[in-house]
Design a protein around this ligand. Structure first.
Ligand SMILES: NC(=O)C1=CN([C@@H]2O[C@H](COP(=O)(O)OP(=O)(O)OC[C@H]3O[C@@H](n4cnc5c(N)ncnc54)[C@H](OP(=O)(O)O)[C@@H]3O)[C@@H](O)[C@H]2O)C=CC1
Ligand SMILES: Cc1cn([C@H]2C[C@H](O)[C@@H](COP(=O)(O)OP(=O)(O)O[C@H]3O[C@@H](C)C(=O)[C@@H](O)[C@H]3O)O2)c(=O)[nH]c1=O
Length: 281
């Protein structure tokens, strides 16, 4: 079995590089320099020259703030390049596994979002990811679109590494919003689920939600990181942290479709955070 990982130097891509020996498969990792997904001709010829069974698309434009002004770039990577990748997968009989985001929702729902709930992005990043989902669905039946949320790990820039860096630098205080509710997702858990899908050769294609279990604010998440590191950093709650992009107030994802269809157990957010901190220190 051959698996192509695109955007391999990003956060999720690095997790797959760490885990490549976890299943029986040959992995080929391509980063934004070795395979630029916006270069459609290069993607076509790469697939002609190499054979794959799966493509895990870790390539994305993920800067939520900058996307508000770099609208074209966000759509080029998250929508057009994703569409082209799906078309090339269709031509070469490759299954596409494509992470998407909780930011496709407007956040007005009071309970957790189901896969069938209406999408209504309130920022450019969310709109570009939604367009990517729609174009993939039109281009390729053999897809898994996996919406996830608040992804964190030991790699790259993410909310967890930001708080950890503040703790490591002995910052006195962080001011953290209580305005949003959702669920952090340990990228290691998401990668494990994707590897499980591949090793089980699942054909239950479609859209799924995957995050850890629970629902909390970024403030709650920060308090738990502080506690697990036994840090005395002051975490101050703010009811509004000023940003360019709007974020959904509630973007908790309902995972029951995935849990039921695959009989798959998902870890709670606090247990998974503790696991990561034990692993990386
Ligand atoms: N991070 C999060 O909180 C969440 C992420 N997701 C989704 O999960 C997926 C993985 O996210 P994550 O790993 O955190 O993202 P990162 O931003 O860490 O990684 C994205 C990678 O994509 C690469 N990339 C950008 N443009 C191109 C291109 N044209 N061709 C090839 N590669 C490109 C980037 O390379 P370079 O740096 O060189 O530009 C980067 O290495 C994405 O689809 C994202 O939308 C969903 C929910 C939450
Ligand atoms: C840095 C910082 C942010 N915040 C707020 C801003 C925002 O509302 C929230 C999270 O900020 P971030 O910039 O880390 O997160 P953000 O860029 O919104 O993260 C999102 O990324 C994309 C890629 C996704 O797909 C989403 O699921 C989500 O993970 O915390 C504070 O309150 N204090 C701070 O010091």
């Amino acid at each position: 079995m051959k698996v192509l990982v695109t955007g391999a130097n990003g956060q999720l891509g690095q997790v797959f590089q760490k885990k490549e020996k976890q299943i029986k498969a040959d992995f080929i990792f391509q980063n934004s320099s070795s395979l630029d997904l916006t270069n459609h001709a290069a993607v076509e010829s790469f697939f002609q020259e190499n054979e794959f069974d799966y493509c895990i698309n870790c390539a994305a434009y993920t800067n939520v703030e900058a996307a508000e002004t770099e609208i074209e770039k966000a759509f080029l990577v998250n929508a057009r390049a994703a569409e082209n990748l799906a078309k090339v997968c269709q031509k070469n009989q490759v299954v596409l596994i494509h992470p998407s985001t909780d930011y496709v929702f407007d956040g007005e729902k009071e309970t957790a979002y189901l896969e069938v709930d209406e999408t209504q992005p309130i920022n450019v990043y969310g709109a570009s990811k939604l367009k990517g989902e729609e174009l993939i669905k039109k281009s390729l039946k053999e897809h898994f679109i996996i919406r996830t949320s608040w992804l964190y790990s030991e790699f790259g820039k993410n909310f967890f590494t930001f708080i950890k860096s503040q703790i490591d630098q002995n910052a006195e205080e962080v001011k953290i919003t209580t305005e949003q509710k959702g669920t952090p997702t340990n990228a290691n858990d998401l990668a494990d689920f994707i590897l499980w899908l591949i090793s089980n050769k699942s054909k239950a294609y479609g859209v799924y939600h995957f995050s850890n279990l629970g629902s909390l604010t970024w403030y709650d998440f920060t308090l738990e990181i502080k506690s697990l590191y036994h840090s005395d950093i002051q975490v101050s709650a703010v009811d509004h942290f000023k940003t360019k992009a709007k974020r959904p107030q509630n973007s908790t994802l309902d995972k029951s479709k995935l849990i039921k269809n695959f009989n798959y157990q998902i870890k709670s957010w606090d247990k998974s955070l503790a696991n990561l901190i034990t692993e990386i220190g």
